[in-house]
Design a protein around this ligand. Sequence first.
Ligand SMILES: [Zn+2]
Ligand SMILES: [Zn+2]
Length: 333
Amino acid sequence: MVALCDRCGVREAQYFKVSSGERLCLNCLFNTIEDTVTRTIRRYRLIGSGDRIGIAISGGKDSLVLMYLLGKLRRHGKIPRDAELIAFSIDEGQPYSCVRRSSAGDYIGKLASEFNIEYKLFTFKDLFGVTAFDVAQGLWGKGVNVHMCTICGVLRRRAMNIIGRRLNLSKIATGHNLDDEAQTVMLNVMSNDIKRFAWFGVTPSNDVAEEEFIPRIKPLRFVREEEVAIYAYYHGIPLMTIECPFVYNNPRFELKFTLARWERDNPNVKYSMVSFGDQLSKMINDRFKEQVKLNKCTYCGFPTSGRVCRVCELLNQAGLLEKYLRFTGKVPK
Ligand SMILES: [Zn+2]
Ligand SMILES: [Zn+2]
């Protein structure tokens, strides 16, 4: 006997939504995902009329689903039709850069034209004068042990800021899903870094290290990764076929499995963690933010909580600071 969908009662159930205990057909599953994203955007006012929203495309499923959904929701008037959407990718310039591994190149172009979204490609080389690979070589050659994911991450955050200003974006949307956010909570706890919770949360917010940041929004943050993957698969959105080799000793990688184990006993554990992080964020937000005094980086002038920003610190360690400052037109000190 075929089990029918608990929502529509018509089609065959194909997905068991553990958090709600419902058996859903694919159609109803997709509807719940779209409704969750729409609700997140509306409830937290992530996208308003006249917003110029950048969509950060790594080429992975999450960012592509994000682009697809924002295009679709705008078409159906579920987000303001006059909100502009501009997608962009960043090539970090290492052999396993996300956009290079992605087989989605043609697909992104197709999606962009289908939903009338502009698409632009930037490279670390164009933005910084050096690639992530240059930085890694510089650091590792000197025995400085910095993870590739850290190098890409630090430079990518800055890159988004620069791109945001160049494209005059009011917000940048990223494809972070519920699993990513739950992992972030865990990592903040495990590194005993309560301050970072001040910048955790659903509302558009800035980053601790860079105040003049373009606010980030995460419309997928209440959708489980598995559901994003199923949505992608059945909508013809290509999945990344080559895993980045650097991911295996990234602390997030292990957490994925830990969270999956916990979820078996407590189906809502990821929601609970994200909700906990949000509440904590709310509680400490105002109090802590006042305490952060931002200075201008001695070298590049970007706002930073210390004396030297993280980008200049990394490039300095890699022996590339002078090259970078010359490239950006700042006089080396
Ligand atoms: Zn159904
Ligand atoms: Zn700097």
